[in-house]
Design a protein around this ligand. Sequence first.
Ligand code: HEM
Length: 192
Amino acid sequence: MISSQAHLLATATGPHLYWITSRAAGIAALVLSSLSVCIGLLMGGRLMRGRGPDLRATHEALSLATLAALLVHGLTLIGDGFLRPTLADIAVPFVSSYKTLWTSTGIVAFWAMLILGLSYYARTRIGMQRWRRLHRFTALAWVLGLAHSLGEGTDAGQTWFLAMTAIVVLPALSLLALRWLGASREPQAGVA
Ligand code: HEM
């Protein structure tokens, strides 16, 4: 019974297996990156300072899981028989003719997340102060990833997709807004 159901599922998804896998991985990347941004902002903000568990390991695990999901998201597209993208189509902005602007937004977001994320492991070489300033741009990369998800995805018009996105994205956006408001109110160095 179970094996015949599995066979039915494999037959139904067969020609679209790569496409479906890529989309599922894209959705996983959006959820994981949103949670990671939330935890990162809670760690650095006043809300959690000095209280609660050490969230650093969770933040790191979510960030690495995001990068893994993004690799699956991009690379499985190469197997899609309809789109048939080359490596350049999925890795270089403005090369793909498929929804060029939104695909390019995703590619820029991916490279930014990869470079900014992995720069953590070179933070002592970069210098802590400089690395912290650099790390703030991760939020921008995440916003680009969000724009790509809403602009490009087949599921972007579906209620379940919008509800799921709202659940993970709204808390992160609120924390980001609080951070920017707080930063703009902080007195500038050298200003009385
Ligand atoms: C190498 C970079 C990337 C490439 C080449 C890429 C490519 C694509 C393509 C072609 C689609 C269209 C799928 C469809 O029409 O349903 C898509 C959808 C999507 N992408 Fe990306 N993307 C990249 C990066 C990202 C990033 C950084 C995120 C988020 C963190 C992301 C999240 C999503 C989501 C959530 C969807 C919607 C899936 C759906 O509607 O089922 N992608 N991406």
